[in-house]
Ligand binder design. Sequence first.
Ligand code: HEC
Length: 177
Amino acid sequence: MRKLLLAVLALGVASISASAAPDPGPVAQAAGDPKAVSSDNGKYFDADGNPTYKIAPNDRVDWYTFSGYRRFNGSCEVCHGFDGSGSSFAPDLTQSLKTLAYTDFQKVVVNGKQDVNTAQSLVMPGFGDNKNVMCYLDDIYVYLRARADGAQGSGRPASHEDKPKTATQNENDCMGP
Ligand code: HEC
């Protein structure tokens, strides 16, 4: 997880230095097929190697989707509305995540985003130094991905897989003493 955190922070730095040049930036990538094709200690990945959710036919979700539900509602719900469905001043993430690529999601959450003009003032704060978000960035991502795909409805997941040992280890490493 520490490795991921560093990678995420590096992304942030890259995008700050890039903003000096008049670069139109990459064309928005599609979010990709969310189908889980591999797993590693209870964490699921799609064909592109990006984290994704896994929901059993009985609605039992993987640990990370459940964790993301809790973390989202702790740090993001205040603006993005209950279960990500948006508010008058922050976008509906169950729509955004249909097209937002994983790396773009990471950049927005690490660095924040602003759209301030005469008609509106939208400010998304950056969470790059907030461990309660950074240590659970993938969890939040897979939860929102499941919401955007309609795989996870509104509300608390009915049941979930047990917390993998690696999740506890990574959490301890990331949060520190
Ligand atoms: C203080 C309010 C606030 C909080 C808290 C907040 N956001 Fe946002 N977020 C916004 C606003 C406003 C925007 C739109 C910014 C813009 O359009 O420039 C936004 C945009 C986004 C986007 C981009 C959506 C798109 O369509 O491009 C993502 C992804 C996002 N937020 C995720 C999160 C996550 C994950 C959290 C919790 C860790 C979070 N936000 C917490 C206000 C907030």
